[in-house]
Write a protein that binds this ligand. Structure first.
Ligand code: 13P
Ligand code: SF4
Length: 306
């Protein structure tokens, strides 16, 4: 049996489902039942009937899946795969901002720890952030942890007053305007598609700014044949699968998230066999984390879950 066949048969035996983010390695995306952006995966986690969820991604994704499914088993192929940005905000600042601004909504990017989510009013992903922020009755928005996504939303929602937090994604922040200029001069016909975790300077150079699924949709529906992609290189697998005749370029320092790349087929097989790396969350933390996540699903227009 190949490793893929072994995974398939264990998955059936254990009534498990495999969720994978677009940034994990292609061989993982190939064997996953659901591949998508953070929003799609949180909906898939909320809706699955499987007893076990194997989450091929980083720890905030596993925590969110567990908070949404306290009675299910959530397994992380690599327990150390963690998003550095998820830790870039703190309780003290959140409390200070709540005291300082009347009518403040604390809006938390899903790329954050459960401890930060529970202190927030609502979660968002890059795919639904603008819609959700616009729907909030509050004028003042403290957006944690990502300052770049915060600036992107603020521009689309000028009626809101933003308070910024200094978090960022090291993988997206590494892409510099100079590199994009260079790529553009090498491929003058290419359209520039940018994730909102990139710096404001890079966002300004974009023909389109959006989540990973937004970038995929744009590239697939576009008449254009060449694209400079400013997000993690794992999306290339799905971009090329959907658009084998189009060309996709990355910056010279190819953006690679080392944490997403920790997931391997061997580790997926191992957790399915052993049940190792199960996500545990105490009842109270789970309930408090679920609240802003369910608020996100409700405001984003997902009908009530079963
Ligand atoms: P999306 O897939 O939701 O755009 O998120 C990007 C990301 O950085 C996930 O870690
Ligand atoms: Fe975190 Fe950035 Fe990696 Fe996404 S790409 S998991 S935001 S470090």
């Amino acid at each position: 049996m190949t490793i893929e066949e072994e995974i398939q048969s264990l998955k059936e035996e254990k009534n498990a489902v495999i969720l994978a983010h677009y940034y994990v390695k292609p061989e993982i995306q190939k064997i996953a039942d659901y591949v998508g952006d953070s929003y799609y995966l949180s909906k898939a986690a909320a809706d699955t009937d499987a007893q076990t969820i194997v989450f091929c991604g980083v720890s905030f994704m596993g925590e969110s899946a567990k908070a949404l499914n306290p009675e299910k088993t959530v397994l992380m192929p690599d327990a150390e795969a963690d998003c550095p940005m998820a830790h870039m905000a703190d309780e003290e600042t959140i409390c200070r901002m709540r005291e300082k601004y009347e009518d403040l909504a604390v809006v938390c990017y899903i790329n954050s720890t459960a401890e930060l989510k529970r202190l927030s009013d609502v979660c968002v992903t890059s795919a639904n952030a603008v819609k959700i922020v616009k729907e909030l009755p509050n004028k003042n928005i403290f957006f944690i942890p990502d300052r770049n996504l915060a600036h992107f939303i603020a521009e689309q929602a000028p009626e809101k007053q933003f308070v910024y937090n200094e978090g960022y994604c090291p993988t997206h922040e590494r892409m510099e305007a100079e590199e994009i200029k260079r790529a553009k001069s090498e491929h003058p016909k290419a359209l520039v598609l940018v994730h909102p975790e990139c710096t404001e300077e890079v966002q300004k150079m974009a023909d389109y700014v959006g989540s990973t699924s937004g970038i995929l949709k744009y590239a697939t529906e576009s008449e254009g044949a060449e694209f400079i992609i400013c997000t993690e290189e794992g999306v290339a697998y799905e971009l090329l699968r959907k658009n084998p005749d189009k060309k996709f370029y990355f910056t010279d320092t190819v953006p690679v998230c080392p944490d997403m790349k920790r997931v391997t087929l061997e580790k997926v097989l191992h957790v399915l066999k052993t049940g190792d790396n199960e996500v545990h969350m105490d009842k109270r933390l789970g309930e408090e984390t679920r609240r802003p996540l369910e608020m996100m699903l409700k405001l984003a227009g997902v009908s009530d879950r079963k």
